[in-house]
Design a binder for this molecule. Sequence first.
Ligand SMILES: C[S@@+](CC[C@H](N)C(=O)[O-])C[C@H]1O[C@@H](n2cnc3c(N)ncnc32)[C@H](O)[C@@H]1O
Length: 303
Amino acid sequence: MMISDLQTDIEALQGNTALWNETNFEKRIEALDDLEFIIDRIEALLQLDSPPVELFPLKQCAQTIKSQLEAINVALFARLRAAIRSGRCQGVALLDLIKTYAGSGLISSQPTNSVVGYSNLDVFTNSFFFLEILPTATLKREPEMVFYQKTPTQIILELVAKANLTNQDVFYDLGSGLGHVCVLVNLLTGTTAKGIEIEPAYCSYATICASDLNLSNVVFICEDARIANYSDGTVFFLYTPFVGQILQEVLNKLQVISWDRPIRLFSYGPCTAYIAQQSWLTSTGQVNDYLYELGEFRSRPTN
Ligand SMILES: C[S@@+](CC[C@H](N)C(=O)[O-])C[C@H]1O[C@@H](n2cnc3c(N)ncnc32)[C@H](O)[C@@H]1O
């Protein structure tokens, strides 16, 4: 890339006033990616022996635009968190806002067999969590326990749309990680949401973020899902938190709950195929071959 190309790109970003419009979040994310690439490129050129002097003001200019655009997002997220905290931005209002700012991923994404890519929806909803530094796991996982990976926001929105949760429900995310699923489910539906997570560092991150948002009906319990008590649950979600014997033990616990009253299960990732084989469950969604598609099950009536 020539210096003149870099200059043209920077000027184009500088002159694009739409980026300064707060609702153009997705365009701003793209622009910030471009700026990062441009700055990296300039820095590489600055490593050359006797680099061209015009690179210094170019780098300065790119960094200034980047800081200005980042500041718009920081202010937007702070205001959004304050609105959530005060209860002014929840339910349908929040869903509309998420779609307005970051909804393009909802249209383009298709079920897939490879791990779903994250979209701007994730960048947007991650901002509800004010702790930016992600915790490091402290426990050694057993081989059947799966490492942390966040459910894509698109899938959480699909879950919310399909589950028709009411305030009679108690929603559980088994293996709740950093708490994104419970927080979003509660914000969008008002339903009590509880997470069971074995890793204390994840659980305390989730608890701090939920309490920052004033979410009194979101609870994270630091326990092994094989031991924890979730007998008050009506709707359960599992993003393949464990496999093999552990998954079967947890499914057995859920089956026992279903002897008392019907329960529903949603799943994501490789565990769906295993869950689909449980004779006490019936699939309410379309079962097809996509690994990374939301699975939907309900317990069969017991006599
Ligand atoms: C694939 S991640 C899903 C995280 C979360 N549900 C989300 O979508 O953002 C699986 C999580 O399950 C947790 N986990 C693994 N084994 C567990 C167990 N036996 N009991 C509770 N949590 C467990 C892991 O620590 C990890 O955070």
